[in-house]
Design a protein. Sequence first.
Length: 317
Amino acid sequence: MRHRLLRALLLTGWMLGGPSLGASGGASGGASGGLFGPSTARAETPWLGVEIEKTPDKSGARITDILPESPLLQRGTAGGAIRRGDTITAVDGALVLTPAELVSQVQKLQVGQKVALGLRNEHGMEREVTVTLTRRLSTDELQGRLVDKPAPEINATGVLGAPLPFDKGDKGGKGGLLSGLRGKPVLLDFFATWCGPCIQSVPHLSELQRRHPGLRVVGLSDEEPDLIRSVMQPLTPGYTIARDAERAANRAYRIVSFPTLVLIDSAGVVRAVSRGNLPEMQQAITALLGEEKGGKSGGHGNTAGRRVPQGAPQGNP
């Protein structure tokens, strides 16, 4: 559990910075500032768009994930590609031994500034890469870019509940979860077993699935199957629980806090995203099902093209 909490803190605090995402209706492990400065920092805060962790020997900040919007992936980055598993060891010549030191160094920089990052790959080879820092994007901006776009495909393994189409555990299956459910609206619930609001939402999601059999509710966690079962099975969820083992879905849907809900219509288009506001998402679902019943599937009625407003703060678990 401690490892999961640390990963969440690194992802939401040191990757995105700003206020704790737990204050927006989700759980983030309590991060209140981070790599790109506290919420009271200047209007445009630079970012690297990465998830980092400390190395066992305190010899840098290891990159465990890179967002597609990260400046590390932009064209013109000099020094070669940067990959997950690389360790940041220096910023403009100043040594970085821990994530906290990287925090301190990046906080001094400006949007648009070119910075030389010292990197070490998984084989111990060192190099220097020059990156132009860009403006930190808010979670709303990141997830808002998903709305009205085709939903990224998901490869997941079922853990509890009704089987998934094209389950990775099914040797005969081909394709992905969403392609297998095409023609039916889907509600994705990204959750973690240590997240209090996630656990509290289970009976509400179960009731939602019961009342709307035409909707497929799927809970997604990247934790170990045994842990997911031990926590979720006693709660008897009335919907499918699945595992995103490689965190590919978490990356594709820009998940930085739990719970995050994503509504996808029967044509496979993202219609709404919410960080923990289940009542508002229920309204979006009702409106979408009404649209599709009226023969307007895939269109953009009142629920499309917007993020669902976030709920009142629920605190951290």
